[in-house]
Write a protein that binds this ligand. Structure first.
Ligand SMILES: [Zn+2]
Length: 330
């Protein structure tokens, strides 16, 4: 029994020793780990400090590069001078590389701007920055309206039917066209006359030229010796310019929709001499059309004229606006 007990104690001691040893080892491991983490954290701190001390150099370097490349970036130096020292400290630990990439892309875009700007048209870039495109890129259309004849010495034709005077009729219609055209916010209307006054045909053309008009439209009324026909027609330059022709055809078609006895269409030159031009058409330096709106000595045309001159005016304005959008670059 005694041996057994001794042996039992020995075994117990052995077990206890082992347990102690294991404990010690475990404690040792824990201590080691603790020390290591402490050391590691110290190293991390040191590294962080090193990075902090190095960081301003990085920041300065990149700023310098971007400044050198961009040149026009006046904002960047201000930022880095005033507040980016702390910014750089915060960011360099984890995002230095990212920042560099960002800077690189920024530099690329700066370079693109640099290379694009000299080739781009200066007015366009300046304008697009400061003002909305509608007010800059798109100037108003300019239309010159001419009421044919006028004044005591310029009555034009007189009707044998009712004594009506061409210059009075043309002013009525032209003022109606003016009213309708001025309802378009992007059209400027220039009139050669708004009252019963005499204006030289050369002066009328000069008014249109001085205004730099996009279109010149002269309104007249027709007459003949027989008085057996009615209808509307237009006259353009003998060289038959397609823009003037288009304007005349659009206006005549619009009047036809309102109601005319006949549409004779657009012709070039003059009635008896195709190579000779009406003076205002010859002198006008823009697309120009002279309209004969019905015959003074044809009763039905006078009826239609008196009924419809306001409607003719609106239809003419619509046609002119259509023409301006089709033919004028602004
Ligand atoms: Zn006339």
């Amino acid at each position: 029994m005694g041996n057994r007990r001794e042996e039992h104690y020995r075994r117990l001691q052995m077990v206890l020793k082992w347990m102690l040893a294991v404990n010690l080892i475990l404690v040792g491991i824990v201590v080691m780990l603790g020390v290591r983490t402490a050391v590691l954290s110290r190293e991390v701190k040191q590294l962080a400090e090193q990075l902090e001390t190095v960081a301003p150099d990085f920041g300065g370097g990149t700023d310098g590069e971007s400044d050198g490349l961009s040149g026009i970036e006046t904002d960047e130096p201000d930022e880095s001078d005033e507040g980016s020292a702390s910014k750089a400290d915060q960011s360099t630990e984890s995002t230095t590389a990212e920042d560099l990439e960002v800077n690189a892309t920024e530099e690329e875009s700066d370079e693109e701007q640099m290379t694009e700007e000299p080739t781009a048209e200066v007015p366009a870039t300046e304008a697009s920055v400061t003002e909305p495109p509608n007010e800059v890129g798109l100037r108003n259309y300019i239309v010159c309206l001419d009421a044919g004849h006028g004044g005591p010495g310029g009555k034009g034709a007189t009707s044998p039917l009712d004594g009506r005077i061409e210059s009075h009729d043309t002013l009525k219609l032209t003022l109606a066209v003016q009213r309708a055209l001025e309802s378009y916010s992007d059209i400027t209307v220039v009139m050669t006359r708004t009252e019963d006054v005499e204006v030289d045909n050369g002066v009328r053309a000069q008014i249109a030229n001085d205004a730099n008009a996009d279109l010149f439209v002269s309104f007249h009324r027709n007459s003949n010796t027989s008085g057996d026909k009615g209808g509307v027609e237009g006259w353009i330059h003998s060289s038959n310019p397609s823009d003037s022709r288009a304007a005349g055809e659009l206006i005549l078609a619009a009047m036809e929709k309102v109601g005319v006895t006949y549409n004779y269409g657009v012709k070039s030159g003059t009635w008896d001499e195709p190579d000779v031009n009406y003076k205002i058409i010859r002198l006008a330096e823009m697309p120009a059309v002279l309209l004969e709106v019905g015959y003074l000595n044809y009763a039905r045309d006078n009826e239609l004229y008196d009924q419809n001159y306001e409607a003719y005016g609106r239809a003419t304005a619509e046609a002119i606006y259509t023409w301006l959008k089709d033919w004028v670059v602004r």
